[in-house]
Design a protein around this ligand. Structure first.
Ligand code: ADP
Ligand code: MG
Length: 612
């Protein structure tokens, strides 16, 4: 146990650093030239797999085009090398530029069209390589291959033997460090959120299209680097290298090693590079072998070998999950920093799904510093109205306006960026991330940071990270979830997940907060806490829209109540008006006409309240 404690206190980057140092000095330890070449080839494959992991594992988009980007980098470097530009740094830079261009140009149509389009367009790109090479025989050498590539140089010095090995290994290390920095930053969390729920991602201010394109285009960068290095390995480039079999072996390596991981790429690349040399018949049956690996990897190893290792490690060092009793200990001695609430008005909104009118001419206004409640039976259109405010559905008629900005013409992520935060009737909590990270995802839009700042760990990154940590810790304390910060969030009970969603919404310092049946599934203590939270958010100046079935909670919190029935507002007013309104009592509460007076008295007298 002592040893285990010692081990868990080792920082997560220590193992990769030690491994990197060993690989760097391997030739000095007597690695043969042929094995040196194997290490370099593993490095190239690692780069290719790692790029695929960004789009497949993190952004959830299958892209088979890595060989085409690899080829682009190789031909760019080959051309430069044959025309006197032998500097490896320049070649890598040019290859990265070309890779990014190809990545963006193929990514835009592929991602715009959605579903399998990216896989198809990128696959065609690989099939096209020989044809494209043949169109420019002078530059590429056609099917015979590009020759006459000058010996690579590094700031004037010839790159041979160990020098070239070092450049290759350091390039791989630099890329892996870059990738690690991206995926461990909030951008990595944004990618995981987006992969599991585009709806949630856009409600957090993440542009799904842009983020996917970024992940896919960034994934082209290592392939470009690998290409530039490959051209200088044998100083010969031919189109046969960039085959469909390579695409499949990259995919197999990604799945084997674990697509949602940084170092899984290394594991997968080692297996796929060294596997063939074990069996001589491999070359002929390569595709069958890859196919089997893909099936075995896909079926048995949900997150690849790296996932398996992480799981085993977590089990080994697991700490007991705090009990419910501990969880509920939380302070009520807090206040929110002022929220810059905004007036939200929905004017004459109508919406039909097919022939079914979900909303008809609905007008509501929500003021800053007030709680505006929306009540009504199931199916009356409450969630639909929230979805329209958030931009998930287009209005058939009417307009939605936030302090003069027409929301009904904005995309969901733009609306979220304007300061709208929401919770969902069925909580949307992505799998595989912790309570802390779920709340952190709410900080994406209020204080932004570029991928470059995150990857290069620029000063801005550290500033924002410390703000993030402080704000997340504060809000966790307020909702009473501090003890659960490191627990996987998706497996928590419903009530806790609802509180977590509220924390995620509040951490963004929203101007408008929309709560969809947040009290359902909460126990009494949690409802009490929710009530305090809503009250404080209102007192801080936020605009609160509360969709709720708990009538007592609504009566105690709301400044204005709108009652929806079958898509139309049947009553609006203060809690005092609504609780005695005959139409509400008959249509919503189901009280018979003759009992209306008595029912109104009963509601008023009901100190414990009712949950409808
Ligand atoms: P509430 O939240 O008040 O329970 P909803 O807004 O979820 O009600 O639903 C209102 C009506 O709109 C229901 O009849 C529902 O079936 C319909 N509806 C909501 N969303 C969709 C959709 N995406 N497609 C088709 N019908 C929908
Ligand atoms: Mg609903």
């Amino acid at each position: 146990m002592f040893l285990l404690n010692k081990l868990t206190s080792v920082p997560s980057y220590a193992v990769p650093i030690v491994a990197a140092v060993i690989v760097i000095i391997l030739p000095q330890l007597g690695l043969s030239a042929s094995n040196e070449r194997q290490v370099i080839l593993i490095g190239f494959l690692t780069l290719l797999v790692s790029g695929l992991n960004l789009s497949l594992g993190y952004a959830g988009e299958l892209a088979l085009g890595q060989p085409a980007i690899y080829a682009t980098g190789a031909y760019v470097a080959a051309y430069m090398g044959a025309h006197g530009s032998t500097d490896i740094v320049l070649q890598i830079a040019a290859a990265i530029g070309a890779a990014l261009i190809v990545g963006v140009l193929t990514g835009i149509p592929g991602l715009r069209l959605g579903s399998w389009s990216l896989a198809m367009t990128s696959f065609f790109l690989v099939l096209l390589i020989p044809d494209i090479v043949n169109i420019f025989p002078n530059a590429t050498g056609g099917m015979a291959g590009a020759v006459g590539i000058g010996q690579a140089t590094f700031f004037g010095a010839l790159l041979t033997g160990y020098g070239f090995y070092l450049v290759c290994v350091l390039s791989v290390i630099a890329w892996l460090a870059f990738m690690r920095n991206v995926v461990t930053s909030r951008h990595g969390i944004a990618l995981r959120v987006m992969r599991q729920s585009p709806v949630l991602a856009s409600s957090l201010g993440i542009s799904v299209f842009r983020t996917k394109l970024l992940a896919y285009a960034l994934g082209a960068v290592p392939a470009g680097i690998a290409g530039a290095l490959f051209a200088n390995l044998d100083r010969y480039v031919s189109p046969e290298t960039f085959s469909f079999a390579l695409a499949i072996s990259i995919l197999a390596a990604s799945i084997l090693g674990g697509a949602t991981s940084v170092y899984g790429a290394v594991v997968g690349a080692v297996i796929m590079q060294l596997g063939p040399s074990v069996s001589t018949s491999f070359q002929q049956d390569a595709l069958i072998f890859y196919g089997i690996l893909l099936i075995v990897g896909g079926v048995l190893l949900a997150n690849g070998l790296s996932g398996l290792t992480t799981k085993a490690w977590k089990r080994l060092v697991q700490r007991p999950v705090p009990t419910t009793r501990q969880r509920l200990v939380a302070t009520t001695d807090f206040h929110f920093s002022p929220l810059n609430g905004a007036k939200l008005s929905a004017n004459g909104i109508s919406k039909s799904f097919g022939g079914n009118a979900a909303l008809e001419d609905v007008t509501i206004t929500a003021e800053p510093g007030q709680v505006t409640a929306l009540i009504g039976p199931n199916g009356s259109g409450k969630t639909t109205l929230l979805n329209m405010i958030c931009g998930f559905y287009r209005t058939d008629a009417g307009s939605i306006d936030l302090d003069g900005v027409r929301l009904d013409q904005c995309k969901p992520h733009e609306i979220a960026s304007l300061g709208l935060a929401r919770t969902f009737q069925t909580p949307l909590i992505p799998e595989g991330i912790t309570v802390f990270q779920v709340v952190l995802s709410g900080r994406y839009s209020p204080e932004r940071i570029s991928i470059a700042s995150a990857a290069l760990r620029l000063p801005k990154f550290w500033t924002v990270r410390s703000h993030d940590r402080q704000q997340v810790a504060e809000i966790l304390e307020i909702v009473g979830l501090t003890a659960l910060a490191d627990v996987e969030a998706a497996s928590l009970p419903l009530g806790t997940r609802r509180m977590l969603e509220i924390a995620r919404a509040l951490v963004s310092n929203p101007r408008v907060i929309l709560l969809d049946e947040s009290a359902s599934g909460l126990d009494e203590g949690e409802v009490e806490r929710l009530s305090v939270l809503i009250g404080r958010a209102r007192d801080a100046g936020g605009t609160v829209i509360l969709v709720e079935h708990n009538f007592r909670l609504v009566l105690s919190l709301a400044d204005t109540i709108h009652v929806l029935a079958q898509g139309a507002i049947i009553a609006s007013g203060t809690p005092a008006d609504i609780e005695v309104n005959p139409r509400v009592l008959t249509e919503y509460l189901g009280v018979k006409d003759k009992d209306v007076g008595a029912a109104a008295v009963a509601i008023e007298a009901d100190t414990k309240g009712s949950s409808l």
